[in-house]
Design a protein around this ligand. Structure first.
Ligand code: Z5A
Length: 217
């Protein structure tokens, strides 16, 4: 049986990477084979493109160039990693996917939504999330968390964190609009609780398609 494709979305610092890891553990403890991937990245080409997109030295990019680079990395991931794993019955948990392009390049940078939707249709190789969790919190709170993490890890890939608060507010509102337009696929989870509270809410938002999550370990 084909596996489920679960994506996590949200502004930076919303806790996606943390919740992806917590969900993987919950699923594996319940016998569900799970593969985690993140965007941009997950393939050799994707890793190169990630460097270009996130390194501040890249500077300003034309928004359409940026859109194409995100989709180039995603196409490699979809064709070489996600599609084969789904066909083998694995559940995929993906840290960001196409909704990030709608939120960041569409609502954030102002790229025409028709171009964004057309790209998605051409490039997705028949793959689309079965369920998307948007971890939601105010943009300022997310940025503060992300900046704390960057200081702690000494990361230099800060091209998006360097954008102003207004940009991140537009992105957050974009995610909320995506949820409003796709109520069956997309569920909003409040990201301001403790790690355990958020993790429980995530499991609750997935139990209809992954009933194993309601089993005790
Ligand atoms: N981007 C785009 O523009 N278009 C696209 O199509 C795609 C992406 C796919 C990727 O950066 C950038 O590319 C991203 C959007 C853009 N912009 N930015 N920035 P990335 O992969 O380096 O970063 P990110 O995806 O934004 O993730 P992040 O900043 O690493 O945040 P996160 O994964 O959501 O959060 P986290 O690492 O799990 O947690 C952040 C910190 O908060 C950390 O110290 C945690 O311990 C803490 N945390 C997490 N949860 C909690 C709770 N519940 N309470 C308190 N503290 C918490």
């Amino acid at each position: 049986m084909r596996g489920y494709f679960i994506t996590f979305e949200g502004i930076e610092g919303s806790g996606k990477s943390t919740q992806v890891a917590m969900l993987k553990k919950k699923l594996e403890d319940r016998g569900v084979p799970t593969l985690c991937v993140r965007e941009p990245g997950g393939t050799p080409v994707g890793q190169h493109v990630r460097k270009i997109l996130l390194n501040p030295e890249t500077g300003d990019l034309d928004p359409l160039t940026e859109l194409l680079l995100f989709w180039a990395a995603r196409r490699e991931l979809v064709k070489n990693v996600i599609t084969p794993a789904l066909e083998q019955g694995q559940t995929i948990v993906c840290d960001r996917f196409a909704d990030s392009t709608t939120a960041y390049q569409g609502y954030g940078r102002g790229v025409d939504m028709e171009i964004i939707d057309t790209m998605a249709k051409i490039m997705r190789n028949g793959v689309w999330p079965d369920r998307t969790i948007i971890l939601d919190l105010p943009a300022g709170a997310g940025l503060n968390r992300a900046l704390d993490r960057i200081m702690f890890k000494g990361s230099t890939d800060t091209r998006f964190e360097d954008e102003g608060l207004e940009f991140h507010r537009r992105v957050r509102n974009g995610f909320l609009k995506i949820a409003e337009s796709n109520p069956d696929r997309v569920k909003i989870v409040n990201a301001e609780g403790s790690l355990e509270e958020v993790s429980e809410a995530v499991a609750g938002a997935l139990e209809d398609i992954l009933p194993e999550l309601s089993n005790p370990c």
